[in-house]
Design a protein around this ligand. Structure first.
Ligand code: TRP
Ligand code: SF4
Length: 531
């Protein structure tokens, strides 16, 4: 079955886009329009990569995981049996609920696909940003961990830690903090002069959480989270890049380009000229300059038969032209360039030695004429790691929709009736579902005639996100029967409520079973901190 047939839930959110969108990791804003995330923040649609996911999880098939950032590199590692990692973190501020279950499931799924999986307790963040005491944190942390294990996380293969107890993470956080400054905190997170310093420290700690799985070796890493956490993913990507020893880019001549747009102008000029160059002609910077200034007619040897106009490179054309004129008779040739960013002298020397084939060494960069981009990236990373660098791969993100609260609006940990806690008594779970808001019509008669609105129904969401589990046909049947008026809300809720009761009873049984397993892990369950 493909993902196409499965009704996607849109979380019952309106899509008129009237609300302005801000991604605030500590705010309480709901995401009102998922499309905007694509346009404004460059999150890509998960649909685009779904076909390349081996055994996609039902959350992926049902488009509940709706977006990603750079997930392709993780999929490639999965496909090629290369190392990759998945990690997420949990602030122990209350009971784990069915929204957290999605993230637990995502971590576990990546572990099952062979990933190196980590779940961490964000206790420093809970203490600093939310003001929880250590005693409260310990209690909740234990509950998160039991549910994670009960759902199938393998603690022998995977890693569990709490931020406050992980020295390696703290050390990495400190190093990453050197690359971050307050102005960025202001613009990314809206921090200001009133923000306490520990809250800022919890941000660099999260950066270290995200990059930590790469400390033993660089590898693609995915962070499954809600889209509110995307600013953290983007920031971690930036910090990762800043620590890198070398930059790898495409170049065409010895001079530096100052933007991707300039590079695109050069690429375009090179391609046009090489299409037309008579056998044995050396294409020179001068020719590209002539081409930019006067079109192909201006290049002495080019066949002036009509060609499309040179792509309008706008400003980039104007800024690259003097560079080309200046370079004059220098050949224009595509190459891969290694730029020295933060490398030590020995590391740069070692890189120069390691570049195979024809190369040219300049002040601050070395050009290779025989390597392709991917091999160059790999070599740069190898040399960096050999010389004590991290060699971080930019981390990726996958983003799931938020569940609507059972009472409509946002599902909130602080409003018990709005969510189902994984610790709720099965009977309470049953009652909460029975009391939930629906997407049904005023009367049974109207519902039979018009059908219900599963897209605006928190109960349908329960089926799609949780109760139907892996059974796509069942989720689809609920959706269709609702749409065509065969299904009435009373029975539908009864069925959902019973399934919820079963799920909770089973989950809690498993939680009891994994108590021992938890005790055997080396995660600290009682913080020595008391203030
Ligand atoms: N900030 C996250 C939250 O608010 C928790 C968190 C801490 C986290 N470190 C992380 C999430 C690393 C993903 C990856 O819930
Ligand atoms: Fe929601 Fe079920 Fe009613 Fe449809 S029939 S609106 S899915 S409760």
């Amino acid at each position: 079955m493909t993902g196409d047939d499965i009704p996607a839930t849109d979380g019952g959110t309106d899509t008129d886009g009237a609300d302005s969108l801000a991604l605030d990791p500590w705010g309480s804003s709901t995401v009102s329009d998922y499309r905007k995330l694509f346009e404004e923040f460059g999150i890509e649609s998960f649909e685009d990569v779904l076909a390349d996911v081996p055994n996609p999880h039902y959350l992926m098939r049902r488009a509940i995981i709706f977006g990603h950032r750079d997930y392709r590199r993780v999929l490639e590692a999965m496909r090629d049996d290369e190392p990759f990692a998945a990690l997420s973190g949990f602030m122990p501020t209350g009971d784990p609920h069915i929204g957290h279950k999605m993230v637990f499931d995502e971590i576990i799924w990546h572990q099952e696909q062979g990933g190196d999986a980590t779940a961490l307790i964000a206790d420093l963040e809970a203490h600093s940003a939310r003001g929880l005491s250590w005693a409260e944190i310990d209690e909740h942390a234990r509950d998160y961990l039991l549910s994670l294990l009960a759902l199938g996380f393998d603690p022998e293969e995977g890693t569990l830690y709490r931020q406050s107890e992980d020295r390696e993470v703290q050390d990495l956080a400190f190093e990453l903090g050197i690359e971050a400054n307050f102005s960025e905190f202001q613009s990314i997170y809206g921090f200001d002069g009133e923000t306490d310093v520990s809250h800022m420290q919890s941000v660099v700690t999260q950066m270290a959480d995200i990059l930590g799985p790469q400390l033993d070796e660089p590898k693609p890493t995915v962070v499954p989270v809600g889209p509110d956490q995307d600013p953290h993913v983007r920031f971690a990507r930036d910090l990762a890049a800043r620590t890198r020893y070398f930059g790898v880019t495409e170049a065409y001549a010895s001079f530096e380009v100052s933007s991707d747009a300039e590079r695109a102008v050069l690429r375009d000029a090179y391609e046009r000229l090489s299409e037309r160059a008579p056998e044995g002609t050396t294409i020179r910077c001068l020719h590209a300059a002539q081409l930019l200034e006067g079109g192909l007619d201006a290049v002495e040897w080019a066949d002036p038969a009509p060609l499309d106009d040179v792509a309008d490179g706008g400003d980039a054309e104007a800024t690259v032209l003097p560079k080309l004129n200046n370079a004059g008779m220098e050949p224009l040739r595509p190459r891969v360039r290694f730029l020295d960013r933060n490398a030590t002298e020995e590391a740069f020397e070692a890189l120069i030695d390691a570049v195979e084939g024809e190369k040219r060494v300049f002040e601050g960069h070395v050009d290779s004429f025989d390597m392709d981009r991917a091999d160059a990236e790999e070599l740069a990373r190898e040399v960096e790691v050999d010389h004590g660098g991290y060699g971080f791969v930019p981390p990726s993100g996958i983003y799931h929709r938020f569940m609507t609260g059972l009472t409509g609006g946002k599902m909130s940990s602080s409003v018990p009736a709005s969510h189902i806690s994984l610790l709720d008594d099965p009977e309470t779970g049953y009652e909460k579902v029975k009391a939930a808001t629906t997407g049904g019509r005023q009367s049974a008669e109207e519902q039979r005639e018009l059908g219900g609105e599963p897209d605006d129904c928190p109960v349908y969401e329960l089926y799609a996100y949780l109760l139907a589990a892996d059974d796509d046909a069942f989720a689809e049947r609920v959706y269709e029967e609702c749409r065509n008026g065969e299904r009435l809300c009373g029975d539908c809720k009864e069925q959902a409520a019973e399934l919820m009761r079963e799920f909770l009873a089973e989950h809690q049984e498993k939680r009891a079973e994994v108590e021992e397993l938890l005790a055997e892990t080396d995660i600290e369950l009682e913080s020595p901190r008391r203030r």
